[in-house]
Write a protein of this length. Structure first.
Length: 280
């Protein structure tokens, strides 16, 4: 991994005589480098500096040009390498120094990726910015797990929810429970008990199929399946690790028939009625 320091490039002073550079806000997708778009690859190759997040996989980082400095600016639970406002300012500073920047994010920059916040800062500073969409984790990871987000006669919609908030979560649980949609929770592993309890209290059946998708779209991807009412116990019992998505809905049961991804290093673990009960 390249240095997490701002290294020599931080010493380059801004100059009124330098034409500002351009910033690409790039969605890197959920982990598999083959899922990078051609536009994303071009942005990586053309950048003078790459700033990348925690969910940009090692295999994607291996595609970075060796000559291009790369700075880690990721955020993990309770571990932020740089405050978001300072990161926004850094993007403006580096662009004003004439550097072309690739701001590389896991998934898609506009889906729980703070891409909108960074773009607003850049546009307010009159910095040229281009958004490069990426495959968001909900689409990529469920596809690799053989779990369709929608399926005729089973689910006619999907709802993406973040289980992380700056202060308190403001979720209308009753509305979520009444949608009859596939529900996908980002950053929800540590909130599994709360998600389960709130949805059941709001009217969703405890027996609703549910799954964790761990390290989605990576060789070590693992799908851990069970029921909504036992979500927290399932995570504990199977030692589910972050990053992991939570998927809730009847489409989870289609994984048995639609499983196709053979590159995972660990087996699909099922905890629902079709295999075994956790209480057995």
């Amino acid at each position: 991994m390249q240095s997490t320091e701002i290294i020599d490039i931080n010493k380059r002073p801004a100059s009124d005589g330098v034409r500002p550079g351009k910033v690409w806000l790039v969605g890197a997708g959920p982990g598999d480098p083959d899922l990078l778009t051609m536009k994303a690859v071009r942005a990586i190759e053309q950048a003078d500096l790459i700033l990348y997040d925690a969910l940009v996989s090692e295999s994607i980082r291996a595609t970075f040009p060796l000559k291009t400095p790369a700075l880690y600016v990721g955020k993990l639970k309770d571990r932020h390498s740089i405050p978001q406002q300072r990161l926004n300012e850094l993007l403006v500073e580096k662009a004003r120094q004439g550097l072309n920047l690739c701001r590389l994010k896991g998934g898609d920059a506009f889906v729980f990726g703070r891409g909108g916040e960074e773009m607003l800062e850049l546009k307010a500073a009159n910095i040229e910015v281009e958004l490069v969409p990426g495959i968001t984790a909900a689409a990529g990871c469920t596809s690799y797990a053989g779990i369709p987000l929608t399926h005729r006669g089973v689910s006619q919609g999907c709802t993406l929810v973040t289980a992380h908030a700056e202060k308190a979560l403001d979720i209308n649980w009753r509305s979520l429970a009444s949608l009859d949609h596939t529900l996908v929770f980002y950053m929800g592993l540590s909130k599994a008990a709360m998600i389960s309890e709130e949805l059941v209290a709001a009217g969703l059946r405890a027996s609703t199929p549910a799954a964790f998708i761990e390290n989605g779209c990576c060789p070590q991807q693992r799908t851990v399946r069970g029921e909504l009412g036992e979500l927290a116990e399932l995570a504990r019992r199977e030692a589910v690790q972050s990053p992991a998505l939570i998927v809730v809905g009847r489409v989870v049961d289609l994984a048995d028939q639609l499983s196709w991804f053979s590159g995972r290093a660990s087996q699909d673990v099922a905890g629902n009625q079709q295999i075994q009960k956790l209480s057995a």
